[in-house]
Ligand binder design. Structure first.
Ligand code: 2AM
Length: 200
């Protein structure tokens, strides 16, 4: 039997960062009561590197190996989170997110993981990787008035620099869709290159 699960590769955020981001969500929720948006639960907030989609259980080991091998090629780095954005645009928001400003390491790490998982059959997005942290998704049934209210709140809300995050691992997650939202479970955690111990 060919069993499958839904999976993606991401950078996990520390609980205190997730908490800080959920405070921004609460602030927006307060300004947008009764607007149909599915806000991301604090424990689910992460930075996606590659969405794999349906993965056969037979392929999991190969994916984990790719992750471990690619991760060890990169030194730990930091990225910062701040200011709101939306896809497709702030004026026409469908997916609400926070900007990620990062050094080239994040792009190189994402590219390496993308390339190697593509070799295993997990196709790359055609769009260029644009790092972001999704915090909400506007319901398909939102009407023009809802969209205008969301756009107006997003455009006038400034978050400034919210947090600087240190990255030392990447995680393979399984995603299970439940009626009350997705549940993400780590399947494997790969460490970036360990820094050299200081010479004495
Ligand atoms: P995004 O919300 O950051 O854009 C788990 O579902 C993660 O995989 C989400 O954070 C989502 O990214 C990302 N993802 C990318 N493409 C997806 C797709 N087609 N379906 C579901 N999730 C996708």
């Amino acid at each position: 039997m060919n069993q499958v699960l839904r999976a993606f590769i991401a950078i996990e955020l520390p609980a205190e960062v997730q908490h800080k981001l959920s405070q921004i969500i609460q602030r927006l929720q307060g300004q947008l009561p009764n607007v149909p948006i599915r806000w991301v639960k604090a424990q689910n907030i992460h930075l996606t590197l590659k969405f794999l989609g349906e993965v056969s259980l037979n392929n999991l080991e190969a994916i984990k190996q790719v992750l471990v091998k690619e991760a060890t090629g990169f030194s730990p780095f930091e990225f910062s989170i701040g200011e709101l954005g939306a896809f497709p645009t702030l004026k026409h928001p469908r997916v609400i997110w926070l900007h990620v400003t990062s050094p080239s390491e994040l792009f190189s790490l994402q590219r390496a993981i993308d390339l190697q998982t593509e070799r295993l059959g997990y196709i790359s997005e055609e769009r260029r990787y644009s790092p972001h942290i999704t915090i909400g998704r506007v319901n398909r049934h939102a009407d023009a008035e809802d969209l205008n209210r969301i756009a107006s709140v997003l455009q006038k809300t400034q978050t400034g620099l919210v947090e600087v995050v240190s990255v030392s691992t990447v995680t393979l997650f399984r995603s299970d869709l439940h009626p009350d939202g997705s549940v993400y479970t780590p399947l494997a955690i790969a460490s970036l290159k360990k820094s050299n111990p200081e010479k004495r």
